[in-house]
Design a protein around this ligand. Structure first.
Ligand code: FES
Ligand SMILES: [Fe+2]
Length: 436
């Protein structure tokens, strides 16, 4: 008879999370992955796109909610709709492109059924064949629930999901942080996207990004190189974003011990900023003036004084306001994940702010990054290591007794803590157990 530890994945996923540890099968089991798609990615609000990616009527983007594809299209009245990318005739995917324009609606490539932006079946060729047989309205595509927060569009497959602002909670302030950095009050998503895949589970990415202990080890080679480059800089020369990131990876552990980590319900978190990258003096001055003109001096000072590192918006995306980037973490299979990095322009801000953001996004999301390559190798090694039977449980107990402050909706811990991973698995167990 199978032991309890070998059998629960198919019986009770919430039994795989214990205080301070998690069962290794959450990373390696294809059935667990299937349940995650059904119970987590079908219930949470998933980040999909920014409104600026569809500026004109008919513009669309193709995105994912878990394993399902959706098409977001702007209609003639300016509203954005999301519909399944699946023809209601024989199930063919309607759209094969990540973005484009379809002012005449989405036509299926198989038999030509045509759907409006909101999913309405507008017409079928050779209609007479269906006389008295088919009502068009019976084959409309059911729109996916979409909500926007300051121009950022999220979707959920759960009609009962809490309102988006409640899902975001305190983390909405990190989105505010990004938008408020624009002297025009608008941000514009660049069409230039950086993406890579890794052979590992999607959760490994969420567990890595604000893990401040690993950089000194996993990224030590690029830290040595970055220190050599920095030593050659002129006095006062600005620090490029990716160089700042590599140098920060070499900061002493005590620095990160003193830094704050904030975790909030539903698995979200961020840590304090620590990269120290800078703009030229001219850019700093022009940017500050532009922000003062938009916000007034007090708010402009607050915006420029805010420095948060990655906000992890569980389970779909990570955000860095200071570097104007959003990254989608897209689960493909239990052992395959796609990372898609988007960069935002701040209209009205000096061009250097955008170049700086692109430079950061390249260092953080490009397959050619000397930093990311280390993480991707570690993810693959974790998948290999957790395929063995000998040790069932993976600890996530670092800093378990070190939380600094807990108020309703927010806990503060040292940035060296694995509190953010425990918080992710608390949400994971809630989502996964709720339907058990
Ligand atoms: S499968 Fe789409 S029209 Fe036939
Ligand atoms: Fe890393």
């Amino acid at each position: 008879m199978a032991t309890l530890l070998n059998s629960p994945p198919r019986l009770d996923p919430s039994a795989l999370v214990r205080p301070g540890r998690v069962h290794r099968s959450v990373y390696t089991d294809a059935e667990i992955f299937r349940l995650e798609m059904e119970r987590i990615f079908s219930r949470a609000w998933i980040y999909l796109a920014h409104e600026s990616e569809m500026p004109a009527a008919g513009d669309y983007v193709r995105r994912h909610i878990g394993s399902r594809q959706v098409i977001l299209t702007r209609d003639r009245d300016g509203a954005v709709h999301a519909i399944p990318n699946r023809c209601s005739h024989r199930g063919t995917t309607l759209c094969a492109f990540d973005r484009g324009s379809a002012p005449g609606g989405h036509s299926c490539p198989y038999h030509g059924w045509n759907f409006a932006a909101d999913g309405r079946l507008r017409g079928v060729p050779q209609r007479s064949n269906y006389e008295g047989v088919l009502e068009l309205g019976d084959y409309d595509l059911q729109p996916v629930r979409v909500a926007a927060y300051r121009g950022f569009l999220f979707g959920t497959l759960d009609a009962e999901a809490v309102p988006l602002v409640e899902f975001l909670g305190h983390m909405a302030t990190s989105i505010d942080d990004l938008v408020d950095r624009s002297p025009s009050g608008e941000v514009v998503c660049s069409p230039h996207v950086l993406r890579h895949h890794y052979r590992g589970n999607w959760k490994l990415s969420f567990e890595n990004l604000n893990d401040t202990i690993h950089p000194g080890f996993a990224h030590s080679a690029s830290v040595v190189s970055a220190k050599a480059v920095a030593a050659g800089l002129e006095e006062g020369e600005p620090l490029a974003a990716s160089l700042g990131m590599m140098l920060a990876n070499g900061k002493p552990i005590q620095f990160f011990q003193d830094l704050d980590m904030v975790t909030t319900p539903r698995g979200h978190s961020y840590i304090g900023g620590h990269m120290g990258a800078s703009y030229t003096a001219d850019t700093q001055s022009a940017y500050a003036q532009a922000l003062i003109a938009h916000h007034g001096p007090d708010k402009a000072a607050r915006v420029l004084g805010t420095d948060r590192h990655l906000m992890l918006l569980y389970p779909s995306s990570t955000w860095h306001a200071r570097y104007q980037t959003v990254r989608i973490v897209r689960p493909v299979r239990h052992d395959l994940t796609e990372i898609i990095g988007y960069t935002f322009r701040l209209p009205g801000a000096p061009e250097e702010t955008y170049r700086n953001a692109v430079e950061y996004c390249t260092g953080a999301n490009s397959a050619a990054s000397p930093v990311i390559a280390d993480d991707l190798e570690v993810y693959e090694r974790i998948m290999d290591g957790n395929g063995f039977d000998a040790r069932e449980w993976v600890p996530m107990s670092r800093g378990l007794r070190e939380d600094r402050e807990a108020v309703p909706g927010l806990t503060r811990s040292p940035a060296t803590s694995e509190a953010f991973i425990r918080n992710q698995f608390a949400a994971w167990a809630d989502y996964m157990g709720a339907a058990a």
